[in-house]
Design a protein. Structure first.
Length: 177
């Protein structure tokens, strides 16, 4: 099942133990196929597991992959495009929401191409606390290496042409609404 292009969807991220990690109240689907869902969030409520709520300030083009153990959020800021990548299970759309399981590790990429790997301590702590298992740990670590290669090679979505194309598509879609 694919989300309908032009529709609004919820986004839900869970933890390995089944608890809700984070939700986005809405995202506009701008592209969807068997391998990815591309959704734009803009001025959207985000609710954290601890109940904190915050409102997104800028458009973000989100790439949820059905066959990769990560997702990518590209934030359109005045100072350039910042990327936030979550190591997570492949995403699925169940007719209600786009859903995945967050596995703690994150990569933040700056407009100049530099990046930081975040939350390695959280990954180690949750690996034992939530019982990830060797198979999950191996696939997450292998996926981190794959993600870093895609970033360094500036493959989609880590290039200006792809982001600009999707952003122009988004602007066209909201003008027609």
């Amino acid at each position: 099942m694919l989300p309908k292009i032009g529709s609004q969807v919820y986004i839900q991220s869970y933890k390995h133990d089944g608890s809700l990690h984070r939700t986005w109240s809405k995202g506009l689907v701008i592209d969807a196929d068997e391998t990815k869902y591309v959704v734009v969030t803009n001025k959207t409520w985000v609710i954290e597991a601890d109940g904190r709520k915050w409102f997104t300030r800028e458009p973000a083009i989100c790439f949820f992959y059905t066959d990769r153990w990560y997702n990518v959020i590209s934030m359109m800021r005045k100072t350039g495009v910042y990327y936030y990548c979550n190591l997570a299970s492949p995403s699925l759309y169940d007719g209600e929401a786009i859903k995945n399981i967050d596995y703690d590790l994150d990569v933040k990429i700056y407009p100049n191409g530099g990046y930081d790997i975040l939350d390695q301590d959280e990954f180690e702590e949750h690996s034992s606390h939530m019982g990830y298992g060797e198979d999950v740990i191996e696939v997450v670590e292998r996926s981190l290496d794959q993600l870093l290669n895609v970033i360094e090679e500036k493959k989609s979505p880590f290039n200006a042409e792809d982001i600009d194309r999707y952003f122009q598509l988004y602007l066209l879609m909201i003008r027609k609404q």
